[in-house]
Design a protein around this ligand. Structure first.
Ligand SMILES: Nc1ncnc2c1ncn2[C@@H]1O[C@H](COP(=O)(O)OP(=O)(O)OP(=O)(O)O)[C@@H](O)[C@H]1O
Ligand SMILES: [Mg+2]
Length: 255
């Protein structure tokens, strides 16, 4: 396709085969130079029309090729509308052949949501920075679920979140639970687990202005984990303490 000059809204309307002509403001945005620019416009004012027209203008005047255009939106609905409108506008203007001459796939603008585009970038190029191609960008909901699960399953000591006075006796309580079989086969459910308590004792001694000694006993009464009937390992190490009583000592030095 040979580039051609398009000098007025009327010429653009003729090239795009549209009955309407761009307004003065639209024309300014359509023909703006290829530098960063912001267009602020209200609902229904012709933003999508304008973006499609700008792509057509830039392609017909030979400033960009269709596949060099990237359009990003927040919602899938907006992406789908923008993609359709740009494609139709390019096609109507004869700037995008249905089937390329050489039978290759037609190279079209990329229009996607920010999320989808980021995910595609990661899939295509993630390997360069050590991400497997099947790495996924997770949704907010999935991220929240993962976070909640980690916090939920953690039974160890959370040092940085506790600044209470020493010595400290901590009680970790897990309420009684029904066995998983009570959901899968309620008529012949296996027994559940009783409520369960662990106690930890810890303390701190300041040796001098720089050194603090910390020590403690985890699972003070050497509580055994209850039998979890429906589990393969006999108990659930994620929920109950399988190590029994243990001791820890640590020194903290401030420089
Ligand atoms: N200069 C113009 N003259 C006449 N009609 C126009 C002009 N520009 C846009 N339109 C028409 O106005 C209507 C709304 O345009 P468009 O969908 O592009 O607006 P929008 O700002 O993207 O809307 P929304 O806020 O809903 O996304 C369309 O039917 C479009 O063809
Ligand atoms: Mg729109």
């Amino acid at each position: 396709m040979t580039p051609r000059a398009i000098g007025s809204p009327a010429e653009l309307a003729a090239a795009m085969k549209t009955p309407w002509e761009a307004s003065e403001q639209q024309w300014a945005a359509i023909t703006a130079p290829l530098t960063p620019a912001v267009v602020v416009a209200g609902a229904g004012s012709g933003k999508t029309t304008l973006m499609a027209a700008r792509v057509v203008y830039l392609v017909l005047t030979g400033q960009v090729r269709p596949e060099e255009v990237l359009g990003l939106t927040f919602t899938t609905k907006a992406a789908s509308e923008l993609r359709t409108r740009i494609r139709e506008a390019l096609r109507d203007a004869g700037a995008l052949d249905e089937v390329a001459d050489d039978g290759e796939d037609v190279l079209e603008p990329t229009v996607a949501t920010y999320n989808a585009y980021a995910a595609a970038l990661l899939t295509d190029h993630g390997l360069r920075i050590g991400h497997e191609p099947d790495t996924r960008v997770i949704t907010d909901a999935a991220r929240y679920q993962l976070g909640a699960r980690v916090v939920d399953r953690y039974t160890g000591e959370i040092v940085l979140l506790s600044d209470e006075d020493d010595p400290q006796l901590r009680w970790r309580f897990t309420d009684k639970m029904a066995d998983v079989t009570s959901v899968v086969r309620p008529n012949s459910a296996l027994p559940g687990t009783p409520s369960y308590s662990l106690f930890d004792l810890s303390g701190r001694v300041k040796l001098n202005s720089a050194l603090t000694l910390r020590a403690g006993i985890t699972n003070l009464f050497d509580k055994k984990p209850p039998l979890v009937a429906g589990s393969f390992s006999g108990t659930s190490p994620g929920t109950f303490d399988v190590e029994g009583r243990s001791f820890f000592v640590g020194v903290r030095a401030n420089f």
